[in-house]
Design a protein around this ligand. Structure first.
Ligand SMILES: *[C@@H]1O[C@H](CO)[C@@H](O)[C@H](O)[C@H]1NC(C)=O
Length: 159
């Protein structure tokens, strides 16, 4: 077999096995920093790709809710604008992360999830500066923990 033939064969094989190669674990949440929150989110999912996907979708849902609250708060508190734009950015990054899972691209997945994590952190920092411990600050804290869990789960996704 030519070298080129071998490469094609290898590419075909890895493409075929992309889905089959995703790991299953009894409890993928053991790798996470907030396992109780993680377990409540992935609801018994054992396939690590599916678990990461579910955790990201749940985080997107919560981010959408936090955005709605921030939009209402914005009228009273201009400082919330930073959070609103960071929630929007996080949502986009999570959407990209879902594509990364589908493509078994663990490397891009890690970068896009890390970006979302930073977005929630930036919101928290902005709220801390205004010395306002408000509902947005609290949601950003939960969202941060959920993103941290997504990032931990994503390390189990094949690179
Ligand atoms: C994030 O995901 C998108 C879409 O899948 C990808 O094009 C992009 O390269 C990823 N970002 C990084 C920095 O890897």
């Amino acid at each position: 077999m030519t070298v080129l033939g071998a490469i094609f064969l290898l590419a075909a094989t890895s493409r075929q096995n992309a889905a089959a190669l995703s790991l299953s674990l009894a409890d993928p949440c053991t790798v996470s920093d907030f396992p109780a929150l993680c377990r409540g989110t992935i609801k018994g999912q054992t396939n690590v790709n599916a678990a990461t996907d579910v955790a990201i979708r749940e985080l997107m849902k919560r981010t959408r809710q936090a955005k709605e609250i921030a939009e209402k708060e914005l009228k009273r508190d201009g400082g919330v604008a930073t959070c609103l734009s960071n929630f929007n950015s996080a949502f986009d990054n999570l959407d990209k992360a879902l594509t990364n899972i589908k493509e078994n691209d663990g490397f891009s997945l890690n970068i896009n999830l890390s970006a979302a994590l930073t977005d929630y952190d930036t919101c928290s920092d902005a709220m801390k500066e205004t010395r306002e411990i408000n509902v947005i600050y609290k949601s950003a804290g939960v969202l941060y923990k959920m993103a941290d869990n997504c990032l931990a789960l994503s390390t189990l996704v094949k690179h």
